[in-house]
Design a protein around this ligand. Structure first.
Ligand SMILES: [Zn+2]
Length: 294
């Protein structure tokens, strides 16, 4: 459990935010799970799956655990549970006012009282299998065009939501496996941005401030470093426990439309530099390699 603490907490957080978004959308009469853009793109599925996948990735990063089959199953089950709960929330908050409108703010009577014996099971069946797909107001607002969905169409939309959610949650979470790891202990490297968007003329000076050995950066990018239309960002990727890491310089250019980022220089960090950058507090006091020195 402790090993997966952040993973589970972050996934629950993502699920909580999904519930909030779904409810707010319901209030403006927009059911994110019953909506498929151009009939095939499952809006809610991709939105919630992508977001929870991102949260799961952050959790695994904090836990130093990889994405694997077990976590894929966990996430898939979590999405199914979430989606059934969302329809349950839909049911719980379905109140009918005196004028016959649906209120999501608990005005009027609950649908189960208005339609006697209309429980969650019936509601679920209605939502998934019987609801009509209505395409309203093309032109004349007072006479909305309603296209009646064939029986089963809604089921297809819901099925797409589940598939979309499971695929996107897995793709989002899987990204953690592409992150750089410490070659000594195998944990994910932490990242710290040292300097952002500094100009080309300052590049070498800036790098030298952090690590004199980085003068060599000039060898990697002889022309570009002098070009004025490029900007540079310097990041440290490091493992504080092993006191290992590297500085990575990124170049970005703006062509008037898009920003382009590319890594241009890479240099190992010395414990000295790591201290200077505040990545470790003290060295010579921890770790096996230090013991050996003493
Ligand atoms: Zn390490």
């Amino acid at each position: 459990m402790k090993k997966n603490l952040h993973f589970i907490l972050y996934v629950l957080l993502g699920m909580g935010i999904s519930v909030a978004i779904y409810y707010v959308a319901l209030m403006i009469e927009f059911n994110l799970l019953a909506t498929a853009m151009i009939f095939v793109v499952p809006v809610g599925g991709l939105l919630f799956g992508g977001m929870i996948g991102f949260f799961a990735k952050e959790g695994m990063f904090k836990d130093n655990t990889p994405f694997n089959a077990g976590r894929a199953v966990f996430l898939s089950v979590a999405m199914i549970v979430l989606f059934i709960f969302l329809t349950y929330l839909d049911y719980l908050t379905c109140y009918v006012t005196d004028t016959g409108d649906i209120s999501r703010l608990f005005k009027g009577e609950h649908v189960s009282k208005v339609l006697n014996g209309f429980g969650f099971k019936e509601y679920f069946h209605l939502e998934y299998f019987e609801s009509e797909v209505s395409i309203s107001t093309r032109g004349n607002r007072s006479h909305p065009i309603e296209i009646e969905g064939s029986q089963g169409w809604n089921f297809v939309v819901y099925l797409l939501q589940y598939i979309g959610a499971i695929v996107s949650v897995i793709l989002g979470a899987k990204a953690v496996n592409g992150l750089p790891v410490c070659d000594k202990c195998g944990k994910y490297l932490r990242e710290k941005e040292i300097e952002r968007y500094f100009s080309a003329t300052d590049a070498v000076t800036t790098l030298n401030e952090f690590d004199s050995t980085l003068v060599g950066v000039n060898k990697y990018v002889p022309e570009r470093i002098k070009a004025t239309n490029y900007r540079y960002t310097l990041k440290a990727h490091y493992c504080s426990e092993c006191q290992k890491g590297h500085l990575q310089m990124y170049e970005h250019a703006f062509d008037g439309k898009n920003h382009h980022f590319s890594p241009v220089a890479y240099k190992s960090l010395t414990p000295d530099t790591m201290m200077k950058l505040g990545l470790i507090k003290n060295y010579g006091m921890q770790g096996y390699s230090t013991m050996m020195k003493i």
